[in-house]
Design a protein around this ligand. Sequence first.
Ligand SMILES: [Cu+2]
Length: 223
Amino acid sequence: MENGNNSSFKMSKKTWILIVAALVILVAAILLAFNLGQKKAVVEQQAAQQTANQQVTTTTDNSGNKVESVTPTAIKGAVAQIPGANLVTTDNKVINANGVVAVNNAQPMSPEAPKQTTPMAKDQVAKLPNSVIKLTVTAAGWNPNSFTVKAGAPVSVVITSGDSFTHVFAFDDPSLSAVAVGVSPQETRAITFNAPTKAGEYGFLCAVPGHAGRGETGKMIVK
Ligand SMILES: [Cu+2]
C-alpha cells in the first residue's frame, strides 16, 4: 500500500514536472508573441505617423514625366513658394525635408542644404507669381544681372538656361555656398532660400568654367 502510494506519488511528480515545463514553454511563447505584436504595432504606428507628416506633390517636368516630391507637413502652415522647392514656415524660415531650417552654407546638395527643384515645365514657370525672381542665363550673361531682396526674407530664384549651354547659378560668398542651381540647355529650375541677414551686395555667377569670365556675373542686393 505504502509502496503503491510512493510509486503513484513519483509518477505524479514526473507528470507535474512535465506539466510545469509545458506551462513554462507556453507562457514563454505567449510573452514572445505579445512582444513581437507590440513591436509590430510600434513600427506600424511610426509608419502611419511618417505618412501623416509628409505631403506628396506631383509636378510635371519638361519631358512630360510626373515627378513626385515628398515634403514634410509637420510644421503647420509651411508652404512652398514654388512647387517642389523647400517649404517656408509662417515665420518666414526656409526648412529642409527634415523640417529644420535649411543651411545656406551646408554641403551643396546635402539634405541640410536648400534644394534645387526638378526641371519645371514652361507653363508652370509662366504661372509663378511676380514675387519670385526669374533669371535667364546665356553666353551673353544674366538677365537681369541684379536683383534686390529683403535681409533674412525667403527668396525664390528661378533659373533658365536661354541657350544651348549648361549653366550653374552660384554665389561668390561662402555663406551661400549651398545655394546653387544647375540647368541644362533651355531648362528651368528653382531654389528657395533665406536671404542673408546682413545687408550688402552678394555677387553671383555661372560656376561653369569660363562662363563667369565671359560675363555671366551679377549681384544680389540685400537691404
Ligand atoms: Cu554659364
